[in-house]
Design a binder for this molecule. Structure first.
Ligand SMILES: [Mg+2]
Length: 409
């Protein structure tokens, strides 16, 4: 089996509403680039990449000259052909590598007629549990999410619809004391459920310490990236009696080694894109198992292809003791055959078909490629409701919780 072609199509898929985070917002749609790798036996493997547009599509297509004739089975060679770590100082291709790796695993699975998880050690579980992943939201489907009452109502609607028993609050938007009230409201509303708080690294050491001490008695999974950097997280870990987690500063093996030698966080949130593929995450999880670090599956935003990689990863990790994260339930649609994968009792079934176990819906791909042409991208690190604003680390320029959220500003 040899690679003959690599194609890329950028799509825009609508979200139910614009979602706020500490760096800005998802402006009401996800922009993703769908990667198709074709082989000489007529198979097509699928990959997915965050962001898109001409430059992303071109970056994917440019890999054709590197990979024409490459055998998808040669996954280690793939890494050095396009993402050699020293060459990577000049051309950071980690995320491209991930998309191509997904497609190669999909191709191998299709060729052998086995699901991806059987290529990764075999599944430990048939379905993967997910957290509700709550955002403060501009008005959209389901209305504004700004106040503690609105947040609890939103969480309850998601719990009723999908069966979540773990709730993650994406914060770093409003002043920490206000977000603390919101978090406590969730704890009061769902006393049997578990919680996690993630302000995307924007708190100061003092604010993070205050926030962490205040929630110590709640049903926390972990305190996710309260401050930026391994040294800051190490100090919070000494001061606050809650496991610390990161998806920002342990995203490669060098950083994982540092965290093993001098522990800053307890839980590593593995992202199949940030780490450069599913297999890198499986390797990292093995190191975490040895050194008694927890693991969870991180979401950097996904459509069904990337979600499939997260499900196959979640299926094979013996030490996955936390629910995974996904933005998926905030989407209105998907580009895969059969529409969006469904949650049952807070879990999504691991695909059992060959390869990644999902196939492209060509009509949907065309529809959302056209929507991308119409709407274009958006600046992830800007908030449509606060023109001119940009975040600092630590941040002290919060959105005003007394002002109704209005994307027009
Ligand atoms: Mg995070």
């Amino acid at each position: 089996m040899k690679i003959t072609d690599i194609r890329a199509t950028t799509v825009a898929v609508p979200l139910e509403a614009p979602l706020l985070h500490s760096n800005g917002a998802h402006w009401g749609r996800f922009i993703r680039t769908i990667v198709e790798v074709e082989t000489d036996n007529g198979l097509i493997g699928l990959g997915e990449l965050g962001g898109g547009g001409q430059s992303a599509e071109q970056a994917v297509r440019d890999l054709r000259s590197y990979l024409e004739g490459h055998d998808p089975f040669e996954l280690e060679a793939l890494r050095f052909k396009i993402a050699n770590p020293t060459a990577g100082l000049y051309n950071n291709r980690t995320q491209l590598m991930a998309a191509i790796e997904f497609a190669c695993i999909d191709l191998i699975g299709q060729h052998l007629d086995v699901p991806a998880h059987d290529l990764l050690g075999g599944r430990i579980r048939d379905s993967v549990p997910f957290a509700s992943y709550l955002f403060f939201r501009y008005p959209g489907l389901g209305g504004e999410v700004r106040t503690p009452d609105q947040l609890v109502a939103h969480a309850r609607a998601l719990k009723d619809a999908h069966g979540f028993t773990v709730h993650k609050l994406k914060g770093g938007v409003f002043p920490p004391a206000y977000e603390l009230d919101c978090y406590r409201a969730l704890a009061d509303a769902f006393p049997g459920d578990r919680l996690r708080y993630d302000p995307n690294s924007v708190l100061s050491l003092d604010e993070a310490t205050r926030f962490g001490k205040a929630i110590e008695g709640l049903n926390n999974d972990y305190f996710e990236d309260p401050v930026y950097g391994l040294e800051g997280l190490r100090l919070i870990r000494e001061r606050v009696d809650i496991p610390l987690a990161t998806n920002t500063v342990v995203v490669n093996f060098e950083q994982l080694a540092s965290n093993v030698m001098r522990r800053s966080v307890d839980v590593i949130l593995l992202d199949t894109t940030f780490w450069g593929g599913i297999r890198a995450c499986v390797k990292a999880a093995g190191i975490c198992e040895t050194f008694q670090l927890g693991v969870a599956v991180h979401s950097s935003g996904e459509l069904g292809i990337q979600l499939a990689t997260m499900l196959h990863l979640g299926a094979v990790l013996p030490n996955l003791t936390y629910a995974a994260d996904a933005h998926y339930h905030h989407l209105t649609d998907d580009v895969i055959e059969g529409g969006k994968l469904a949650y049952t009792d807070g879990r999504i079934q691991v695909p059992s078909g060959p390869g990644l176990g999902i196939r492209l819906d060509r009509d949907k791909l065309a529809r959302y490629a056209a929507l991308y042409e119409e709407l274009g991208g958006y600046p992830y690190d800007r908030d449509p409701g606060r023109p001119g604003w940009y975040p600092t680390l630590p941040n002290d320029r919060w959105a005003d919780p007394a002002v109704p959220l209005d994307p027009i500003g």
